[in-house]
Ligand binder design. Structure first.
Ligand code: KIV
Length: 257
């Protein structure tokens, strides 16, 4: 495993891991000063493209956004989500993951699921493609978007899957919308870091969708904390601009050639 990944794993039980999503260069270059992991998440399907689900996101869309993000990152680990229907078989996954790695120069890929895709994950890792796991709520395949860990079977499956992923060699696991005591149990029982989103303070790190954090995406999920109201800031700036254009105050001499 590359040093970058070993350094990340060493943070477990010592220092929280900070992660956010980015879909473009300018945002990525800001996040790179503050984050350990920058994820080009397939959440861009709903956040940017207004798709009903992430299932509509294509490989090509992920690659193009990742190429932009790559230009903004110098320090952090850049991970790219493999979109739905790009890893249905181990061979399909390997072909597509190789393409993502080659075209985007990212550091690794993220796949949703546990036992069902373990053979696929092992093949990617055997081919030197670093993999981040993703358990709990799985937006690509789940029918209902409810938190996980209420039912005993659900809990046991997540515990089993986290151990399978660890054994397969993933460098980290995202836990999405996982009940607090289950997220704590999983985190305490595996040697690789867990990165939570709606999965309590007990995970080794946290991730949020950047557009949610800055209040650009007008949604209100329980697990999101809005650290800014960028919609207001944009609105103020654009209103000021529009007034100045209408009053012929902009552009002035200084802005003209
Ligand atoms: O697609 C995404 O942005 C994600 C994170 C929310 C973990 O998978």
């Amino acid at each position: 495993m590359k040093k970058k990944f070993l350094d990340l794993i060493k943070k477990k039980n010592k220092q929280k891991i900070v992660s956010l999503t980015a879909y473009s260069k300018n945002v990525a270059s800001i996040l790179d000063n503050h984050c350990d992991i920058i994820l080009v998440g397939d959440s861009l399907g709903s956040v940017l493209y207004n798709y009903k689900s992430t299932r509509e996101v294509t490989l090509n869309t992920m690659i193009e956004h990742s190429k932009s993000v790559r230009m903004g990152i110098k320090k952090g680990l850049m991970i790219v989500d493999m979109p739905h229907n790009t890893y249905r078989t181990p061979n399909e996954a390997l072909k597509n993951a190789k393409q993502i790695m080659k075209k985007t120069k990212c550091d690794g890929v993220k796949l949703e699921g546990g036992q069902k895709i373990i053979k696929t994950i092992k093949i990617l890792i055997k081919n030197k493609i670093p993999v981040m796991g993703h358990l709990g709520l799985l937006p690509q395949t789940d029918k209902t978007f409810k938190f996980k860990g209420k039912k005993k079977l659900e809990r046991n499956n997540i515990i089993r899957d986290s151990q399978l992923l660890e054994k397969a060699g993933v460098f980290s696991i995202v836990l999405e919308c996982v009940e607090t005591s289950l997220a704590k149990l999983v985190t305490e029982n595996i040697s690789v870091p867990t990165i939570g989103i709606g999965a309590s303070k007990y995970c080794d790190g946290q991730i949020l969708v950047f557009d949610d954090l800055i209040g650009l995406n007008p949604i209100n999920y329980r697990f999101v904390k809005k650290y800014a109201n960028i919609r207001n800031e944009i609105s103020k700036a654009v209103s000021h601009y529009s007034k100045e254009v209408r009053k012929i105050k902009f552009p002035n001499q200084k802005n003209s050639y």
